[in-house]
Design a protein around this ligand. Structure first.
Ligand code: NMX
Ligand code: MLT
Length: 437
């Protein structure tokens, strides 16, 4: 398989670099931790490493050093499409180099041969209460697939440590291959006819999702590709990536680990914000019977803050400027759905809410994040059941966290286990610091 050979070829140089850092420079100080950070969700503490993506507070995400516009430009595209093959993005995340068309198609071909879903997954899903949240269904389906794990099996057979990445890559390809079908089936089971639509042989991974969701327009196929690429990775400290990494650091397989990551994506401060953002926009539409004026929206936004709510889709733990993932989707909407009233409201919110958040003076970042606009696009293309949106985020996020999991195995990253202190210990540290002044 090309991907495995290409990964193998990259590995020795990375192992050498990491070994050198660890063996020769282990004692060099990278960061210090304040009491504010200990109590403040470890914000900005530099304690993780990944070479797959990096979030600059002002510029946003770069995948393997490339901005979103660059990636959308250079990744190979299916004939007639404006957006790239998602397989090409997975190649870039895993190997670190821009794929040729052949390499992107190689990943797409790998996914096709691995996409079949075992019957027991359907049985597990069908046995759940009808009103279950789609994120719980998605996470459960992935957990059930642990049964297929080659890593878990090979570990029991006593595989060598330096081979760990190989079954991790196999598992990751097997798992990511199935995700569009699992997600689309959950959508069908919960909201539509309940039948499983088989993926089409002649469609790529992203386009097949669109097809299985019941919208085969070129525009929606392109949006699906764009959506999954944008949501794939956001360095390693975000909650879903970190939860996946933590779970996998015990040498649990990617099925266990991704399920853990998705459970964290399901919270309203993280991935669930996309459903909350659309709920908010629809609420505005309903209240004002269309698009409100700027003044009306200004009052309405203040009302939400005064009730102690957050404005979903705004703010970020790292970013300090509009999220380029927001901008990419915003531009897509400007081009393809400028007349859509929900988009017009999302546009107005973009003009008004940052000002309101600045006036309130609490949020460190008043700008929109990826979730401020993603639901608006899905809604326009007929995916109106917004509880489903975080599942789509999860399908995309699986690409980044699984690529990271393969590299963690390849570089022998250890069990993650930071140290905790008691409040009394922190008080003692304060006392000693004061005495020394
Ligand atoms: N609306 C109202 N208040 C906000 C917002 C917002 N959008 N963003 C931050 N704040 C508040 C925050 O609740 C906190 O208040 P308090 O001191 O009373 O606890 C204060 O501003 C300082 O928070 P920050 O340091 O700016 O943000 P933090 O790093 O703690 O949290 C988020 C980041 C993303 C959790 C936060 O901005 C938020 O709750 N945003 C809304 C939910 C959202 O869009 N989440 C999705 C993030 C992206 N994703 O996909 O995961
Ligand atoms: C993400 O994509 O994971 C979110 O923007 C949250 C984050 O980076 O903390």
């Amino acid at each position: 398989m090309g991907l495995r050979d290409d990964f193998s070829a990259e590995l020795p140089a990375w192992r050498e670099r990491v070994d050198k850092l660890v063996k020769e420079h282990s004692e060099i100080i990278v960061d210090q931790v304040t009491i504010g950070q200990v109590y403040g969700g470890m914000r900005s503490v530099k304690g993780l490493v990944t070479d797959i993506s990096y979030v600059d507070p002002n510029e946003g995400i770069r995948f393997r050093g490339h901005t979103i516009p660059e990636v959308l430009d250079f990744l190979p595209k299916p004939p007639g499409s404006k957006m790239p093959y998602v397989g090409g993005l997975y190649y870039l995340l895993l190997i670190g180099k821009a794929p040729t068309e052949e390499q992107a198609l190689d990943v797409e071909a790998e996914w096709k041969t691995r996409s079949e879903i075992p019957d027991y997954v359907f049985d597990v899903l069908k046995s759940m209460p009808r009103d279950s949240h789609p994120m719980m269904l998605f996470s459960t389906a992935i957990l059930a697939l642990h049964h297929e794990s080659i890593f878990a099996q090979r570990y029991q057979e006593g595989m060598r440590r330096d081979e760990y990445w190989q079954p991790m890559l196999e598992d990751s390809l097997n798992l990511t291959a199935k995700l569009p079908s699992i997600a689309a089936y959950i959508y069908s089971m919960k909201y539509k006819h309940g039948e499983f639509t088989h993926p089409k042989e002649d469609l790529d991974w992203g386009a097949n999702f669109a097809y299985m969701m019941g919208n085969s327009s070129q525009e929606y196929m392109d949006l699906a590709r764009l959506y999954f690429i944008l949501h794939s990775d956001h360095e390693s400290g975000n909650a879903s990536a970190h939860a996946t990494h933590l779970a996998a650091s015990t040498l649990s397989d990617i099925y266990y680990a991704l399920s853990a990551g998705l459970n964290s994506l399901a919270g309203p401060l993280h991935g669930l914000a996309n459903q909350e953002a659309l709920r908010w926009l629809l609420g505005i539409h309903q209240k004002f019977n269309g698009v409100p004026s700027k003044d009306e929206l200004y009052e309405y936004a203040w009302g939400k803050l005064n009730r102690g709510h957050v404005i979903p889709g705004y703010g970020h733990a790292v970013l300090r400027k509009p999220d380029p993932r927001f901008t990419a989707q915003f531009n897509y909407a400007l081009e393809n759905l400028p007349e859509d009233e929900i988009f017009q409201i999302a546009h107005l919110v973009f003009e008004v809410v940052p000002k309101v958040l600045i006036e309130q003076g609490k949020a460190k970042n008043p700008a929109p994040n990826v979730d401020a606009i993603s639901g608006t696009l899905q809604y326009h293309y007929g995916i109106k059941e917004f509880e489903f949106y975080t599942v789509m985020f999860g399908v995309g996020r699986a690409l980044g966290v699984s690529a990271n999991a393969v590299w963690s195995r390849a570089l022998g990253q250890p069990l993650e286990r930071p140290k905790s202190l008691t409040t009394a210990m922190l008080e003692d540290i304060v006392q000693k610091a004061n005495a020394a002044d």
